[in-house]
Design a protein around this ligand. Structure first.
Ligand code: HEC
Ligand code: HEC
Ligand code: HEC
Ligand code: HEC
Ligand code: HEC
Length: 415
């Protein structure tokens, strides 16, 4: 079966991703990275693997990619969705730039372009535009990067097999464009296309991003549900401007890639059911929390993401009582200090000390007890907040509210 084969490929690729972080650029000429220079300062097992010359087009550079604006002349609808995605903002996002520029200023490392930009600005590396002069470099995960991919190979430093130029690869078997050549590639319907950027182990062995692995070990691959099935649903739109070509299909794959920044997606992912019972002066609140809609842990991605549930019980005394649960990961650095910003997580994170995120399809029952005078009506509410503040404001920000469920007990109601 199709899936079995993909599963095997995936298994082969993941251990190799560990060497991702050991690529080092030669100071002064960052354009060419060869495997024999790739040994990191700290010798490790990954060093041996890094000794093979890397043939990564995305890193070695070559023909420049075309700007999304050019593709958008004919693929207007897809362009519009993509433009609203975080992929389009991966390079010019102020939060990314703030962390990246600060790191480059303060860190002695010379490999930061190679390390960070292969996911955040792959077109910059491809076009060797280290001074950020080309528009396409700022376009983050741009059209022409993904659609130049012919396949994914089991080589950590060169995961993408690229064919840059006339050929645009995609999911359509019968596309007949005019200005460029179209080629079908099965990678576009496979989660493997997302793997090189959504699965990452740093040089200390920390799985900074493990979204792909989380999906891989979930029930979804067996149900043939890929990343694209959830994140690139079919939506109405024209594949190409009808003035250029009339195509039968009236739908496109949603290129907006909604995720944790979308309240709709969060509500699709998390389900909560609340119940309360009174036993004398005690009110017991039970909240069933389920990850019903995310094909990976909830939340996934950066360890700085978390979901907080705040349970509030109000017995009409004007003084509500609260309790909370946090679903997230805690990562520490080499000194066992909690990593609270993206730079520390990526470069110095060494281990996960807590991971209580909700596994795919998991249902967890959370119980709380509150002391409340009998004979008063009680209202119990569970509110959910999504937190993501990579620039270290995480401790103070109040998060994005997305879901609230409540239950009531009448005065004196005893079960
Ligand atoms: C002058 C108009 C035009 C421009 C500019 C253009 N395309 Fe296309 N593209 C088309 C047409 C026409 C088709 C064919 C649609 C069909 O037959 O279903 C197409 C098809 C495609 C396909 C489908 C291929 C497949 O087999 O799945 C992809 C992917 C694609 N284009 C990507 C791009 C990218 C990326 C750019 C910018 C670098 C771009 N296009 C620029 C007109 C254009
Ligand atoms: C993150 C990688 C990625 C980026 C960036 C991206 N695409 Fe796609 N594109 C895909 C995938 C994957 C599919 C197929 C989805 C599926 O079949 O489930 C696709 C499908 C398409 C198709 C075929 C029609 C359709 O909607 O299925 C066209 C045309 C296309 N993309 C053009 C573009 C253009 C133009 C841009 C930029 C404005 C762009 N893509 C950006 C990954 C990407
Ligand atoms: C070239 C690297 C690259 C590829 C390939 C890629 N992504 Fe991404 N993706 C990123 C980066 C970088 C971000 C974060 C952008 C930011 O916030 O600065 C991101 C963000 C996202 C988000 C946004 C989450 C949110 O917070 O809302 C989703 C969802 C996503 N990607 C899904 C996918 C899927 C599905 C695929 C495969 C079809 C894919 N990506 C392929 C690099 C990539
Ligand atoms: C069964 C549907 C489903 C599948 C399969 C799925 N996702 Fe998601 N994903 C979601 C939903 C719903 C959310 C929003 C909830 C959340 O924040 O986790 C999400 C969120 C995300 C985010 C934002 C981080 C976060 O947790 O807020 C990223 C990045 C992402 N997905 C990438 C991927 C990648 C890469 C794959 C494939 C390896 C994938 N997803 C497979 C449904 C899915
Ligand atoms: C393997 C691909 C990959 C590499 C390498 C990578 N990132 Fe990211 N980065 C991502 C993805 C994917 C996200 C989206 C976060 C998520 O899924 O939770 C992200 C998110 C971020 C964010 C948050 C952006 C936002 O919109 O809030 C910052 C900041 C960031 N990365 C900085 C860096 C820095 C600095 C480096 C280099 C030290 C780096 N990243 C290397 C893939 C990567």
């Amino acid at each position: 079966m199709r899936l079995t084969r993909r599963t095997q490929i995936a298994v082969a690729v993941i251990p190799l991703l560990a060497a991702f972080a050991t690529v080092t650029a030669r100071a002064g000429s960052p354009a060419v990275v060869r495997g024999d220079q790739a040994a990191s300062a700290k010798g490790s097992a990954t060093q041996a693997r890094a000794a093979k010359p890397a043939a990564n087009q995305a890193v070695r550079g070559g023909k420049a990619l075309t700007s999304a604006e050019e593709c958008g002349r004919c693929h207007q609808d897809i362009y519009r969705y993509w433009k609203a995605s975080l992929h389009a903002q991966a390079a010019d996002d102020t939060r990314f730039q703030a962390v990246f520029v600060k790191l480059k200023d303060e860190s002695a490392r010379t490999d930061l372009d190679q390390l960070c930009l292969r996911c955040h600005a792959p077109a910059l590396l491809q076009g060797q535009d280290y001074k950020w002069e080309k528009k396409v470099s700022w376009e983050g995960v741009t059209c022409d990067f993904c659609h130049s991919v012919r396949g994914i190979r089991a080589d950590t430093k060169a995961p993408f097999v690229l064919d840059v130029g006339q050929v645009k690869s995609g999911p359509l078997r019968d596309a007949q464009p005019t200005v460029h050549v179209a080629r079908y590639a099965d990678t576009f319907s496979s989660s493997m296309l997302c793997n090189p950027c959504h699965q990452f182990t740093n040089e200390h062995g920390l799985d900074v991003l493990s979204t792909y692995d989380e999906w891989q070990s979930s029930p979804y691959p067996a149900r043939s549900v890929t990343c694209q099935n959830c994140h690139m649903r079919n939506t109405s739109g024209k594949v190409v401007d009808p003035k250029v070509k009339r195509v039968a299909s009236s739908s496109v794959n949603l290129h907006e890639m909604p995720g944790g920044h979308s309240i709709t997606e969060l509500n699709r992912a998390l389900q909560a059911v609340i119940a309360s019972e009174r036993h004398g002066n005690t009110v017991d609140v039970t909240v069933q929390v389920s990850n019903r809609g995310a094909g990976h842990r909830l939340p996934t991605g950066s360890p700085l993401r978390s979901i907080v549930m705040v349970v509030q019980v109000d017995g009409g005394t004007g003084k509500p009582q609260t309790a909370s649960r946090t679903y997230g990961r805690v990562v520490v650095d080499e000194n066992n200090q909690e990593a609270t910003d993206e730079a520390t997580v990526w470069l110095r994170g060494t281990r996960v000390v807590r991971d209580d995120r909700l596994a795919p399809t998991e249902r967890r029952v959370e119980k709380f007890s509150f002391q409340m005078p009998a004979n008063t009506p009680v209202r119990a509410v569970a509110k959910f907040y999504y937190h993501y503040s990579p620039t270290a404001a995480s401790k103070t920000d109040s998060g994005m509210p997305f879901l609230s469920v409540s239950s009531w007990l009448d005065a004196g109601a005893v079960k």
